[in-house]
Design a protein around this ligand. Structure first.
Ligand SMILES: O=C(O)CCC(=O)C(=O)O
Ligand SMILES: [Fe+2]
Length: 161
């Protein structure tokens, strides 16, 4: 599972992984929930920067069981297809809403990122996303070379290995 995550370019871009913990599997039956909490800052001696939930049950097989991520902009309910994953900053409060019927299987894991700060990770993610989209439209240009240089040097400035 960790190998599959690491092989995914979007996962790598969003998390900038340094270490990925072995996943934990969970099964929620009707009535089960996980109240609002923040995940441990250190797990097995490793600082945790990014939390990952991999949904293992199809959403139409259970009611409730949304992963609710709290942020300054409000709450986000996440319930994805089996095999899809969501990544969120480990700094965020989150909870699992009560499962009303069916069974919710999920795997969770944590990433120590090369980039500790969530805002800095987002900035690099946006820059890389925009750069790739422009490259697809324009091909290699001197301006895109400058953006690639900027991205690379921000990464070099911020990365903690
Ligand atoms: O099952 C989930 O989506 C998240 C579980 C969780 O928050 C945790 O294990 O810390
Ligand atoms: Fe959690």
């Amino acid at each position: 599972m960790v190998d599959r995550l690491l092989a995914n370019p979007l996962f790598r871009m969003a998390t900038r992984p340094h270490v990925v913990r072995p996943p934990l599997f969970s099964r929620y039956e009707p009535g089960m929930a996980y109240g609002s909490h923040v995940d441990d800052a250190i797990m097995g001696g490793m600082r945790t920067d990014v939390s990952v939930t991999i949904f293992l049950s199809e959403p139409d097989t259970y009611e409730g069981g949304e992963l609710v991520i709290e942020s300054a902009a409000g709450e986000q309910d996440v319930k994805l297809a089996a095999g899809d994953a969501v990544v969120y900053p480990t700094t965020a409060l989150h909870r699992v809403a009560p499962v009303v019927s069916g069974e919710r299987l999920a795997a969770v894991t944590w990433v120590r990122s090369l980039i500790r700060d969530a805002d800095a990770r987002e900035l690099l993610f946006d820059l890389e996303t925009a750069r790739h989209a422009l490259f697809d439209r324009l091909g290699k240009t001197p301006e895109l070379d400058l953006l690639a240089k900027t991205q690379s040097n921000l990464l070099r400035r911020w990365a903690e290995d």
